[in-house]
Design a protein around this ligand. Structure first.
Ligand code: UT7
Length: 313
């Protein structure tokens, strides 16, 4: 696999923040239940914002930090299951909004919560010495497809967008895993214009799938790259539930803080979750560009899908 390095990140969320207590107005729930079962405190819900606008804001920051112009981008991939339109794709809207070149591929990837890592894998196959930069976004407007009368799902998800600029770099580490297991029972969303357009989830089935796939993929990535949990700087899992991540961290006897978590801020934002977390880490000073820090990122979700990658900053 081509070596790639993450050279810029950015993020954007809608203006409206919704706390756990705010959700008590919609369903029979409590801040105590939500926080203790998931680690979630707040999330953002869109009002008038468009997904492509959020992704464009996140992308501008990522490109500024990477020191690249839109004309430098050689491929644009957008991971999402909740784009503004079936067509044009979110990536095509980004091409227009950002003024990306017109002679590059721009397309969306739907692998639910694994989508951002899937997209990094795809981008890594396209970049080369001629066109070394790719723009990869993960963004969702899940509030549009939540049933606000279903307490088992509406408290879990949120909206947001994260972006990364990646650069072809033969010296950088990049190895990953990806997979899928067709299943339309554990986690389903019919989407707009279907009989049931909302997200429906069998939480405990996904919980078991998550713990198993995170653990297996982490082992695969560490073993294959000759790393250990100590030799990588951070592990960044899809931010669905604190208990899922704590379970894996505990099993690995990982030191406090090795497994980054920020679901308290954003809740579960599906494809946006990992790029939002990476940008959050940059903003907190945990990750810096060009320092060679290594991160294992691990996604899992609807499909069912999973994906992992060793990333270098
Ligand atoms: O991005 C996709 C990946 N998704 C995930 O990773 C989700 C994985 N699963 C989970 O995170 C957890 O299974 C949940 C957070 C979804 C649920 O937690 P749980 O500990 O598995 O709870 P549960 O579904 O077993 O429900 C326990 C109780 C039930 O009540 P009874 O039957 O024991 O009386 C639920 O009705 O909690 C009730 N409940 C709630 N109570 C207050 C369910 N949702 C709520 C709620 N507020 N929002």
């Amino acid at each position: 696999m081509s070596g790639i390095r993450i050279v810029g990140t950015g993020s954007a969320v809608p203006a409206r923040m919704v706390s756990n207590s705010d959700l008590e107005k919609y369903v029979d729930t409590s801040d105590e239940w939500i926080y203790s079962r998931t680690g979630i405190k707040n999330r953002y819900f869109c009002e008038d914002e468009k997904l492509y606008e959020l992704c464009a804001r996140a992308s501008k920051t990522a490109m500024e930090r990477a020191g690249v112009d839109p004309s430098d981008i050689g491929i644009c991939i957008s991971a999402t299951l909740s784009a503004d339109y079936a067509t044009p794709s979110n990536a095509c809207m980004l091409q227009r909004e950002l003024g990306l070149p017109t002679d590059i591929p721009a397309f969306d990837v739907n692998a639910a919560c694994s989508g951002f890592i899937y997209s990094l894998h795809i981008a890594s196959r396209f970049v080369d010495k001629e066109r070394p930069y790719a723009l990869v976004t993960g963004g969702e407007m899940l509030s549009r497809i939540l049933d606000m009368e279903d307490r088992s799902t509406c408290v879990l998800f949120g909206d947001g967008a994260g972006a990364a600029v990646i650069k072809y770099d033969e010296s950088a580490a990049f190895y990953g895993t990806m997979g899928s297991r067709g299943d339309n029972e554990a986690l389903v969303c019919g989407g707009i214009n279907t009989e049931d357009p909302h997200v429906r989830m069998k939480g405990q089935a996904i919980f078991r799938f998550a713990v198993k796939t995170i653990d297996e993929n982490l082992t695969d990535i560490l073993d294959h790259t000759g790393n250990t949990i100590d030799s990588v700087d951070y592990v960044v899992c899809h931010q669905a539930n604190r208990r899922i991540i704590s379970h894996v961290a505990h099993k690995r006897k990982a030191p406090e803080g090795k497994f980054f978590m920020d679901m308290d801020k954003y809740a579960n934002t599906s494809a946006a979750s990992i790029p939002l977390a990476l940008d959050d880490m940059v903003n907190r000073g945990l990750l810096s560009f060009g320092k060679g820090q290594k991160v294992v990122a691990l996604g899992f979700g609807g499909g069912l899908t999973y994906a992992g990658a060793l990333l270098e900053f």
